[in-house]
Design a protein around this ligand. Structure first.
Ligand SMILES: [Zn+2]
Length: 379
């Protein structure tokens, strides 16, 4: 059976066609796939599917925390066909916990720590970047009652995980769910799993890790593209859907005793940017920056600014990276890659700057994600 790509989905999803929608499309939940640019992909999910999604999510939280949280504050982005906020609400309800629907905009409110303190909120649901900021900048101790941080939306990353462990050693940091708008929950964590490793919801979907170039399934431990087939009626069937992540599968026994296979995510598949007709990948940039001691993609953001007279590159590195990095150092390191050399010699190239800043000052999307590449068009 052929692979089904996000591009295939773009041309077969509503509103252009409802061919893939099961039932009459008269009721359900419309969600937009996130993390991609270009044409939007919209899914019409049935309410029945949405209930199953919540069940899988709640089951995952119980597995990850071992206990049921009592008071859960939801800081996810609540609009624009984004399903994560309502997913967290549904999970909270199924767990029979108290919900505090804060929304992502509450992250900027000075009142928020007080609200969490006054109501003894024990669990925060947040994107990795926003959660890191909220939980590590709590100098007044207003969030002392917070025991659990459940993140969703992107990989936490070693650097953020380490900072949380240093600032809040008692905090349990777990994935709320490895989930996509298209498929619903794919993976969940057990008490022994951290970072980007999840058990798979094997009773709800089939997950394969594929070497897409050779069109074959990767053996255990080998990185490939994550491909998902939903086993239940999702409102729209997805067979061998390329969710856009890369990872590897392990089948050996887990300390928790579960036989469910484990998937470790290593990143997004198509993290690349087109600079003056040259495609630059995240892998290429990180490979070159590693010689400067920058090894975690969460520690940098590669911004391309296009203006009337050409384009320039602004490389943001977090204050966790070695200090003293200059633009010349960065150019010298990046120049080692043929494609970057092409960028640096393009007639419209206008220079590269390096800024070492707190990662909260990286460009964030409305949904709280921190893309590796960011493009800006000025005037
Ligand atoms: Zn386990």
């Amino acid at each position: 059976m052929p692979l089904f790509s996000p591009v295939d989905l773009q041309s077969t999803c509503p509103p252009s066609t409802e061919d893939l929608v099961l039932g009459d499309g008269g009721s359900g939940l419309a969600l937009r796939s996130s993390g991609t640019s270009g044409r939007r992909k919209v899914l019409y999910h049935s309410w029945e599917f949405t209930e199953r999604v919540a069940f899988l999510g709640a089951r995952g939280v119980v597995s990850a925390l071992g206990t049921i949280p009592r008071r859960m504050a939801n800081f996810l982005y609540p609009a624009e066909l984004n399903g994560a906020f309502s997913f967290a609400q549904d999970v909270t309800r199924l767990l029979d916990a108290m919900s505090f629907p804060m929304g992502s905009s509450a992250l900027a409110s000075p009142e928020t720590p007080e609200v969490l303190r006054d109501h003894a909120v024990d669990t925060v649901i947040c994107s990795p970047s926003a959660g890191l900021k909220l939980l590590t900048e709590d100098t007044a101790g207003a969030l002392a009652a917070v025991r659990n941080f459940l993140y969703i939306g992107e990989i936490l990353g070693e650097s953020r995980e380490r900072q949380l462990a240093e600032a809040r050693p008692e905090l349990r940091v777990r994935s709320l769910s490895y989930s996509t708008s298209e498929t619903g929950p794919i993976g969940y964590q057990c008490a022994y799993q951290t970072g980007s490793t999840h058990h798979l919801h094997e009773d709800a979907l089939v997950v394969e890790v594929i070497d897409t170039a050779a069109e074959r399934i990767q053996p255990d431990g080998r990185v490939g593209e994550v491909v998902v087939t939903t086993l239940t009626d999702s409102g729209m069937p997805l067979l061998r859907y390329q969710v856009g992540d890369e990872g590897y599968i392990e089948t050996g026994p887990c300390l928790c005793g579960s036989a469910a296979r484990r998937l470790t995510l290593v990143g997004r598949v198509r993290q690349s940017v087109n600079v003056d007709s040259t495609t630059i990948s995240q892998e290429l940039v990180m490979d070159r920056l590693s010689v400067l001691g920058i090894t975690d993609p969460a520690d940098c953001q590669f911004q391309v600014r296009t203006h009337e007279t050409g384009f320039s590159i602004r490389l943001l590195v977090s204050d966790r990276t070695p200090s003293g990095l200059t633009a010349d150092d960065a150019v010298a390191a990046l120049r080692g890659a043929y494609h970057m050399q092409r960028v640096f010699t393009a007639p419209s190239y206008r220079g590269l700057t390096v800024e070492r800043v707190d990662s909260s000052r990286f460009h964030h999307t409305d949904r709280g994600k921190v893309p590796f590449f960011h493009e800006e068009h000025a005037g």
